[in-house]
Design a protein around this ligand. Sequence first.
Ligand SMILES: Cc1cc2nc3c(=O)[nH]c(=O)nc-3n(C[C@H](O)[C@H](O)[C@H](O)COP(=O)(O)OP(=O)(O)OC[C@H]3O[C@@H](n4cnc5c(N)ncnc54)[C@H](O)[C@@H]3O)c2cc1C
Length: 380
Amino acid sequence: MDILKPTPDHDAFRTRLREFLAREVTPYADQWEKDRTVPREIWRKMGQAGFLCMDVPAVYGGRGDDFRYAAILTEEMSRTGINGLAASLHSDIVVPYITAFGSDDQKQRYLPRCVSGEIITAIAMTEPDAGSDLAGIRTLAEEEGDTVVLNGAKTFISNGLLCDLVIVAARDADLDNPHLGLSLYLVEDGTQGFTRGRHLEKLGWHSQDTAELFFTNCRIPVANRLGAKGYGFIMMMEKLQQERIVAALGAVAAAECIMAWTIAFCTGHREGGKPLSKRQAVQFAIVELSTEVKLGRTFVDKLIADHIEGQKVVVETAMAKCWTTEMVKRVADRCLDLVGPHAIPDDHPLARAFRDVRVMSIFAGTNEIMKGIVARFMRL
Ligand SMILES: Cc1cc2nc3c(=O)[nH]c(=O)nc-3n(C[C@H](O)[C@H](O)[C@H](O)COP(=O)(O)OP(=O)(O)OC[C@H]3O[C@@H](n4cnc5c(N)ncnc54)[C@H](O)[C@@H]3O)c2cc1C
């Protein structure tokens, strides 16, 4: 039984998306990896085809779809083997802050263009000295009448260079509390005092622009505060469940692709007169790895079902994010050995996957932080 019970509409959406990605994304993957970014145009094409921000209510230009569509997006994006086009980050991690906490004016101003791909979003929490410990955020927000002045630096921000709108976590100068002193602010591209720093060269995710952002006397209207003043930490905590489910699903989907590529190679490639897959050592490795991937898939699908029901599955999500991202690293490592030198060229899908999965245990909260969350809830 498929616990997520996809309807014919979900299946049709998947088919349409898969065809779109095969036509518009996969053929350009190598070029985008070399370019270290993706073109703006592909965001617009995705938006026009209805593949961005599917959960945004129809009144703001979306389809009001359930989270199963988001899961399909994450899975199908993984199948392309290119992680630079951060459509899930935009649709299922950043924009949901606006949908959930934005004022009607903010929703009308931004959501339709987030859906159409005209606006690419980013979220800026991490700073050079604060990432795991969000209570250590130092970017300062000072109110001056109807204006808020932002000063500070952010780093490792995905979509950092391409983004038209960034949600910035900042400490309110007049609130003296490490947790209840943070707010979220919407900063548009072109705002005076908002500049981009280095495009960070990375181990993997080559086609994604990960960058530093700087705010120097950056003045925005108070009306650009997202949600209530001082509630930034609470909003981030509330949204982290979905972010980590997306991360765990991304890991499982990547592992499934890695297995599919490896099995195809081992059944097709002949050594000593017979396919590699006829050797017991290879068979056992594939069986062990496939079992791990299946365990991850079962765990994550259950969490998606619980999440759609509106359950709080913070602890299980932290466990899943941690376990699946370690699992996909094991799978990528072992599969690289199984395929051997054929997977070593830089542009081979397995080589790219091997590089790209490495960071999964680090972003969306490091796995040490995930274990800390679980340990706290277990009252250890
Ligand atoms: C490719 C990429 C994309 C990213 N995209 C974004 C983005 O879009 N927006 C954004 O805001 N951030 C983003 N990040 C940042 C990412 O979320 C942080 O790097 C991560 O949360 C770790 O925070 P940190 O960088 O401060 O590292 P640190 O917290 O300094 O971690 C360093 C090491 O210390 C360990 N550590 C820290 N605290 C503890 C503890 N209490 N117990 C045990 N060990 C601990 C960590 O696990 C890690 O191993 C991205 C990072 C990468 C690499």
